[in-house]
Design a protein around this ligand. Structure first.
Ligand SMILES: Nc1nc2c(ncn2[C@@H]2O[C@H](COP(=O)(O)OP(=O)(O)OP(=O)(O)O)[C@@H](O)[C@H]2O)c(=O)[nH]1
Length: 329
C-alpha cells in the first residue's frame, strides 16, 4: 500500500517540505483503528493527528468514509485510516461498509483494536476479534479507550480481560501490545503513537511534512455539511443522509487577492418527510445548516466560499447498489 497512495486526491507529494530520511532509521506505514460503534476510534484518530478530520458523535456509525490522518515524527510517519464501525451487516450499506473494512485491514501494517475501558467485553467485540484473527499475521494492538471513565481497579480488570480475549481469540501471546488511553484528557495518546510506529516497517517518508490528511478536500467538505445537517436531528435521520459534493470551482472575474469559491453540494435523503426536516419551515433550517457549514468550509479551504445546498430524495438509497455507487459508497 505504501507506494500507491502518494498521488491520491490531487494532493500528491510536492517538492519541498519533505522530511529528511537519510538517517536510516525512518519508519513509515499505515495503521487502522477498528472497534465496535462508539468505541472511540474517531476521537482517538483526532487526538493522534491533532486536527479534527472525522465526524465524532454520540450516535453510533456516523463515520462513513475512510479518513486518514498523518502523525509526523522526526523519525517516522504513521498514516491512520479511520474506518466505519465493524459490525454485522444488516442492510446492503452495512455489507458495503464491512467489505470496505475487510479490504482496509488486509492493506495496513498494524491494527489498533479499540475496546472501551468502561464497558464489558461483549459479543460485538468478540465478533471483531474473530474477524481480526482471520486477517492473518499482522500486529494487532489492543487500545483500551476512554480510560478516564474507569477507576484504577476497573481499568486493571479490563486490561486483564482484554489480555484474556487476545489469547483466546488470536492464540499464542495474543495482542502484540495492550495500551490504555484516553483521547479526552490526552493520557497515553503519545504512547499509542509510539507503539503503532514501532510496528511500522522501515521506509522513507510517504507524505510531505505538515500534511495532516490526504483526504480529498471534497470529502472533508461533505463531512462538514453532513455534520451541520445532522445537528439536532440525528435521532430522526442519522443513517438516511448522504452528502455529495457536486463541484468546487473558483468564481470567475474575482480579483486575485479576494477569490471566491462556488461550492455546490447535494444532500440525499430517503423520504420526502426527511427532506422537510432538513429544509425546515420556510427553508429556515437549511439556511442555518448552510451558514454553519460555510464557516467550517471557509476555515478548511482558507478562502471565502458561496455554498449552494440542494436537498434531494433518492428513495431507499441504502439498499440500492446503483444509488450507492452514485453516492460514492
Ligand atoms: N470520556 C471519554 N469519552 C470519549 C473518549 N473517546 C471518545 N469518547 C466519546 O465516545 C463517543 C464515541 O466516540 P467516537 O470517537 O465517535 O467513536 P467511534 O468509535 O469513532 O464511533 P463510530 O463512528 O460510531 O464507529 C463520543 O461521545 C466521544 O466523545 C475518551 O477518551 N474519554
Amino acid at each position: 500500500m505504501a507506494d500507491q497512495d502518494g498521488g491520491k486526491g490531487g494532493r500528491g507529494p510536492q517538492a519541498g517540505g519533505w522530511p529528511q530520511a537519510d538517517d536510516g532509521g525512518y519508519r513509515a506505514g499505515f495503521a487502522v483503528l477498528v472497534g465496535r460503534p462508539n468505541a472511540g476510534k474517531s476521537t482517538l484518530t483526532n487526538a493522534l493527528v491533532g486536527q479534527k478530520v472525522a465526524i465524532t458523535s454520540a450516535k453510533p456509525q456516523t463515520t462513513r468514509h475512510t479518513i486518514r490522518g498523518i502523525v509526523h515524527r522526526s523519525d517516522a510517519q504513521l498514516i491512520l485510516v479511520d474506518t466505519p464501525g465493524l459490525h454485522r451487516p444488516r442492510t446492503l450499506l452495512g455489507q458495503r461498509l464491512n467489505d470496505l473494512v475487510a479490504e482496509t485491514l488486509s492493506e495496513v501494517d498494524a491494527i489498533g483494536f479499540c475496546l472501551p475501558a468502561n464497558e464489558r467485553i461483549g459479543p460485538g467485540d468478540r465478533f471483531i476479534a474473530s474477524q481480526l484473527a482471520a486477517v492473518g499475521r499482522k500486529p494487532i494492538v489492543a487500545l483500551v479507550t476512554k480510560a478516564d471513565l474507569a477507576d484504577r481497579a476497573a481499568l486493571t480488570e479490563q486490561l486483564l480481560a482484554v489480555t484474556e480475549l487476545g489469547r483466546e481469540v488470536l492464540g499464542g501471546e495474543g495482542f502484540a501490545d495492550i495500551v490504555p488511553v484516553s483521547a479526552k484528557d490526552g493520557y497515553q495518546v503519545e504512547t499509542v503513537a509510539d507503539v503503532l510506529i514501532s510496528h511500522m516497517p522501515p521506509s522513507p517518508p510517504l507524505y510531505p511534512d505538515g500534511e495532516l490528511t490526504d483526504e480529498p478536500e471534497a470529502v472533508m467538505v461533505a463531512e462538514l455539511v453532513r455534520e451541520a445537517a445532522l445537528e439536532g436531528v440525528r435521532d430522526e435521520l442519522p443513517h438516511s443522509l448522504a452528502v455529495v459534493v457536486d463541484e468546487i470551482v473558483p468564481r470567475e472575474g474575482r480579483p486575485e487577492d479576494n477569490p471566491l469559491l462556488d461550492v455546490r453540494v447535494n444532500l440525499f435523503v430517503e423520504r420526502p418527510s426527511q427532506k422537510a426536516i432538513i429544509i425546515g419551515r420556510g427553508g429556515e433550517r437549511l439556511r442555518d445548516v448552510g451558514s454553519h457549514a460555510r464557516k467550517g468550509i471557509e476555515a478548511l479551504l482558507g478562502t471565502r466560499i458561496y455554498l449552494d445546498l440542494h436537498v434531494k430524495v433518492a428513495k431507499d438509497w441504502q439498499r440500492d447498489p446503483k444509488q450507492l455507487g452514485r453516492l460514492g459508497f
